[in-house]
Design a protein. Sequence first.
Length: 157
Amino acid sequence: MKSQENQQPNVKFMVAALHEAKKALMKDEVPVGAVVVHEGKIIARAHNLREQKQSFHAHAEFLAMLKASQKIGSWRLEDCDVYVTLEPCPMCAGAMIQARVKNLYYATKDTKAGGVDSVVKLLDIPFNHQIHVESGMMEQESKSLIQSFFKKLREKK
């Protein structure tokens, strides 16, 4: 799980991911946001759009990685870091392995569907590419957003 050339996570990138999560919230989507960073700059931003797009793969980090690939003209995101407000699911964690993402920084765990540390530890499996992972940055902010979203959803029903 640990790569050789790790860099320190940057809070400003997680703040940008949280901003994306708030955009999702405004659209009645689960408030998850992500950014992809290359050479110290954000090259792609996205937020959950599963309901709007009616697509199972429209997760924030998946969409951000697609945009990043288009931006750099390659499916390989070897020198890219992903900042996401919620622990990636197995689909997104697998996509990160396939894309060769360098570092993953996520804010809060997903105890029901997490594919990195919670339900499945996909990135601990010795695939041909290993991703450095750190969690907990701005955890409470992200967790509060998600909890308030689902509380509001339950109250509607």
